[in-house]
Design a protein around this ligand. Structure first.
Ligand code: GLA
Length: 401
């Protein structure tokens, strides 16, 4: 019997949790090493310092709640900024082939951008943490132990990304820190029993780490007191040539998946896993996003069933030819939603006044398959009391000259 991917994720979670516990039993280690090797300027590129993330005000919610922005820096000068509103990754500075740092994430300079009526209306979930259930649940209905639940409907009669007010609109409690890998930001949120109709108090912890080897690692943990579906992810839109190219069609993408989940007109899976061979969904070898996108009505917005489902494995690799930037996404999840910003329509103006039109960015949302609570053949997404949900995804940046 193969181990179910979900059990694999849980098992991986336990071993990582032990590892984390081992690392955090001596939290001063990396700080002390940093101090001895780089006393002058811990944040300067080229040093091996791991200082604490910095924080600044990012704005206020409509009810006056303070929103903070934390910035993590690594020894190579990469910077990741994360807001307590939605746990949102708002910017990510990475080098190109000439060492020039620039932002590769769609988003806004201030919280107002994420709170604006235009943003709320089009709701592209820029950079946000997604929960309690990433992707769609058909009609927002599922049954656990004979009891039917109805969760918030917000997408053509279905529930998308947690419902009407998902984790992307919550204020997360933030704790900056360091680990052996680099600067960290630990975000926590308690999703109460009944929130958006979901059963159980779900305690969620998300740790962002900017590592010395140029990875932004996102580590998600959750526990519950009633059985509930859980499928957490991040909704960052990448454009590795942001500021130079208004769309991502020239990016070359590889996805190691022989099959994808077939969906209906409302993007709800039919249950069929279809071979990608001979279709525009075949990214088992590199293809430019734009090469076959016209053959996919609306553009790519599908879940690929990754060939490898246990342990950390590749979800995708991306190469942008003009900047030479590369992105490698690894995960322990069985699926990845590859979305090419099909619903961006130019109504949003982001950082540096850049207008975000169709295909201005792409998302690689690592996750379990859509509508798993209603698809008995898909790996289970049900978390039970006493179990620990744990999943890790890393976005590693490099260059090809
Ligand atoms: C996901 C969905 C898309 C869309 C975006 C947000 O990627 O699959 O259909 O809803 O989120 O715009």
């Amino acid at each position: 019997m193969p181990i179910s991917p979900r059990l694999g994720v849980l098992a991986a979670g336990f071993s990582s949790a032990l590892l984390l516990a081992a690392c955090s039993s001596n939290p001063t280690t990396s700080q002390e090493t940093a101090t001895t090797t780089a006393p002058a300027d811990p944040a300067a590129p080229g040093t091996s310092a791991s200082a604490m993330p910095t924080s600044a005000s990012f704005g206020k919610t409509a009810d006056g709640t303070e929103i903070q922005l934390f910035t993590l820096t690594n020894k190579n000068g990469l910077k990741a900024s994360i807001s307590t509103y939605g746990g949102t990754l708002t910017s990510l500075l990475v080098p190109d082939k000439d060492g020039k740092m620039s932002d590769v994430i769609l988003g806004f300079d201030k919280a107002e951008g994420y709170l604006s009526p235009e943003f709320r209306k089009s709701n592209p979930y820029f950079g946000a943490l997604i929960g309690r259930y990433g992707n769609r649940i058909a009609k927002g209905k599922f049954t656990i132990d004979g009891k039917e639940y109805q969760v918030g409907l917000n997408n053509n009669g279905n529930s998308l990304h947690g419902g009407t007010v998902g984790f992307n609109q919550k204020i997360w409690t933030a704790k900056p820190g360091t680990s052996a890998d680099g600067e960290t930001l630990t975000l926590t949120y308690l999703s109460k029993d009944g929130e958006e109709g979901y059963p159980g108090n779900l305690t969620v912890t998300v740790v962002y780490t900017l590592t010395a080897d140029n990875a932004l690692k996102i580590d998600y943990t959750a526990t519950t007191d009633k059985a509930t579906p859980v499928n957490l992810t991040n909704h960052a839109y990448f454009n590795l040539a942001l500021g130079q190219s208004k769309d991502v069609l020239a990016h070359q993408v590889t996805i190691p998946a022989d099959r994808y989940t077939v969906v209906d007109a409302n993007l709800i899976p039919t249950g069929e896993l279809k071979p990608v061979k001979g279709t525009p969904f075949d990214f088992t070898t590199p293809h430019a996003i734009g090469e076959r996108i016209a053959q996919v009505p609306g553009g790519y917005d599908h879940n690929w069933a990754l060939n490898q489902t246990t342990g950390q494995h590749s979800a995708a690799t991306v190469y942008e030819p003009t900047t030479g930037r590369t992105l490698e996404v690894t995960t322990d999840e069985p699926g990845v939603q590859f979305y090419t910003g099909n619903f961006l329509d130019g109504s949003l103006k982001g950082k540096d006044g850049v207008v975000y039109g169709k295909h201005a960015g792409f998302c690689l949302e690592t996750q379990h398959f859509p509508d798993s609570p209603n698809q008995p053949k898909f790996p289970s997404t049900i978390l039970k009391p006493g179990q620990t949900y744990h999943t890790t995804t890393s976005y590693t940046f490099g260059v090809r000259k």
